[in-house]
Design a protein around this ligand. Sequence first.
Ligand code: MN
Length: 461
Amino acid sequence: MELNHTHAPTARSWIAEANAAGADFPIQNLPLGVFRRAGSQEAFRGGIAIGEQVLDLGALAASDALAGLARQAARAAAQPVLNDLFALGPAAWRALRHGVFALLKEEEGTPGAARADAVRACRDCLVPQSAIEHALPARVGDYTDFYTSFDHAQSSARMVDPAAQVAANFRAMPIGYHGRASTVAVSGQAFHRPWGQNKMPWEAPPALYRPTRWLDYELEVAAWVGQGNRVGQPVPLAQAEEHLFGLGLLNDWSARDTQIWEMAPLGPFLAKSFATTVSPWIVTMEALAPYRTPWRHADEEPAPQPYLTTAANARAGAIDLRLEVWLQTGENRVEGARATRLSQTNFSHQYWTLAQMLTHHTSGGCSLQPGDLLGSGTVSGPAPEEAGCLLELTCGGRAPLRLNGGEQRTFLQDGDTVLLRGWCEAPGRPRIGFGECRGTVLPAIPAPMSSNAQTQEHFHA
Ligand code: MN
């Protein structure tokens, strides 16, 4: 994607805080989400983050501030989910970005009457982010989670068997599994520690039905499918990014003691199906254009098959997206201790690009729909401290982490809040942020069904 005036590092907004150094939402970003005033009965509708405000696309679509395709796109976004906007395709997404950019941009000199009216109308459409609540940005029909970090694949395999090699198929295609859309929720999700059949790797089968003891997070990038494709019509790699609306952050919560027991031979099932948290804002592919980087493999790695190869993907298929995981414990909250940063990494480490994931997903004829959600797979970098989950960071629970405030963790405890952050920055470019993806672990509900614990009590009674 070519750079244009909406990427100009010198562009400023008349919304002063959007120009502050380190702000997540400068005028070059303009991510979309769904919101309403917190605690209100208002309908959720689309909005665009700018500084510490949200531009209400419902109100903007009803004004005369936008025209043509930009206004049509704003109308499509003025709904409780953004699926209709996603379905309109890249020309409409671009028109909306460019229209809103023109409205929010600071201009030199005295504005003409039409410009002054448009800016006034735009000002009336602003709502402070501190006063809103979010909903999931789209109706998720299908959710697929990939497995595309070589470092994650290698070190997770070695947790179970120190001699394990990454399976041969990993280097041939982006591996994935079908996740559950029904439990995907927006940042702020709080869920009960799941029950499941679980056992420690050293325990003999069978596993027992009980609350998980190895609850983990996975740091991932969320890719939101924009326009879909028909059944039987794969999306060629050269067109794959035209089918992506934008990116967010995703936490693929995982019950490791269930996963280890259930995963062979068909892949993760209940270990992943109880909760998935996504960030509220979607950073568009156009906003990410200045932060693209080459997609490279070491010389000894096998060349991908032709359908997973283009010059454009090699030149700029990866994204220089910095990622962090923070943990705030229940005790931190009570005692006012700071959250602890558990790791930092970069999305450019992934073995496969998002375009390759989308193309491979459709390569057998599978149809993707607007609003479908793709998880990148855990993002772990080559250094041990760049790991994107606790299984790796604590060496399978053998090396506890020390937290601010003095606590230790191997896996998550009740009351823990995991926070994901992400941003892009490049020399001579503004920083654009992804906001936060936050989720909290609640205690397991007591005995949801006849459990081993109950059965044992029954026998002893
Ligand atoms: Mn995952």
